[in-house]
Unconditional design. Sequence first.
Length: 380
Amino acid sequence: MKFLIIASYPASILKFRGDLIAAIQQADFEIHIAAPDFDDYPEERDSLTSLGYVVHDIPMQRTGTNPAADAKTLLALYSLMREIKPDYMLAYTIKPVIYGSIAAKLAGVPHRFALITGLGYAFQGADGADYKKSNLQKLMHKLYSVALASTHKVFFQNPDDEALFKSMGILKSTAATKVVNGSGVDVSEYSLQPFPIADDKPLFKFLLIARLLGDKGVREYANAARLIKNKYPQAQFDLVGWIDDNPDAIEQQELDSWVNERLFTFWGKLSDVKPAIAASSVYVLPSYREGTPRTVLEAMAMGRPIITTDAPGCRETVINSYNGYLVPVKEVDELAAAMERFIVSPELISQMGKASRQLVEKKFDVHAVNRTMLNEMDIL
């Protein structure tokens, strides 16, 4: 039996899907992984092949809608499936889901699944009452509709995304879907860590890890940091991330201005975020919308309280005033007020950090999430 995973970014495969792929392999499947640009990620390629997986490099532009390039992606996936004849196919992120699902239908793959890990730019503003689709968004929604109709089941990482796809007609109300608790996190790998201190006093150190996109709330984080530092100069802020090739990306000039203003320490892109989380007191993600944010789960597993938005995906990770605080999307004053609560009442840091660990163990353990997915795919 062969199982084909289709991804868009080699560096994310083991980090976000490694445990799931291992569970599928343990169910006696030969694993094939298709993704673009493996030549640019030789370490990731070597890591995957060392685990016994068969790697396939496919042409795919992660962003943009070049018809010729996308047609090339579809043809390459179709040809690959005709060659290896997988019994199962699972695709995640936009282009793998769209072109992988259509190719799998055309190639006659018997079991076809899609995983919606987040909606991104194609659905920006979709929850608003005055939502008007751009031409690009109309195209992406239509492609999603065609692709998902080709699958046997669609997995979502939060109920809001599932409801949105059905309310917009992208999925029929009768379509087979399943909501899972994000990608999960290995709680044994992300262990509890002590909070940073200096001179036997707790540090008030906030952290955001994200691609530097507007809809990740990076600007709100910078503006809230400015408000807090003006009132509490001892507070510290860290930012981990990178500027992505995306229409909503933060400009380098804007990032440089924040750094020059000393609003935060910029770590850049990290292959291992554990040191940054361990150096923090409170994890912050002011995102406009997520699937279920993996960085939040990692911070919770390491015992950090969370400040995030009352937005799809984000709200799944926080019980308000239990393991952190939910704030409205784009509301800088409320974001800063949530930060201030931890400075004024530092005992909340350890109290809510402990609650985060308990919640992630109960709800987001990666092995429980993977069992659900394998059961829903009739693999177990």
